[in-house]
Design a binder for this molecule. Sequence first.
Ligand SMILES: [Mg+2]
Length: 170
Amino acid sequence: MKLKPDMYKKDIYQIDYEKLKKLGKKYLFFDVDNTVISYLDSSLTKENKKLFNKLKKMGFECFLFSNSHIKRIKPLSEELGINYYTGSMKPLKKNYKKIIEKYDKEKCVFIGDQIMTDVLGAKRNGLFVIFLDKINEYEPIYTKFWRFFEGFILRRYNKKGILVKGKYYD
Ligand SMILES: [Mg+2]
């Protein structure tokens, strides 16, 4: 199955980062909306900052990799002291290509809460991807559009017992 995420976890705090290290991963690309913070929030939480500090200490290089506008993403990345890619146009290949040219793709991990953007975008570029539950239900109209298609895929997978909500794996 082409779209199956490499790992599925509840949220960014449940990811086994030690395991990622053991797998030789170094570059972590985080979706922002409903992955790091909800659409309703514009600032980071203490937990966010703690996690990103920990990841830096572990030797990871982290990025925000978002379809959102630079106005939303830049202040967050500055606060975390990490780099960012905005207007990423996931699942289109353009921005993934930039990353693949710059970093060893075997060491890259993409992390996000949407099948049609985060997972599809990574998988069609042969990249490692971790799928997460969304932080909360509120989503803007363009995200609902993607969720509509996601629903078809998830229902098909769920029938085979794959990607059932809450059945986390790594
Ligand atoms: Mg998202």
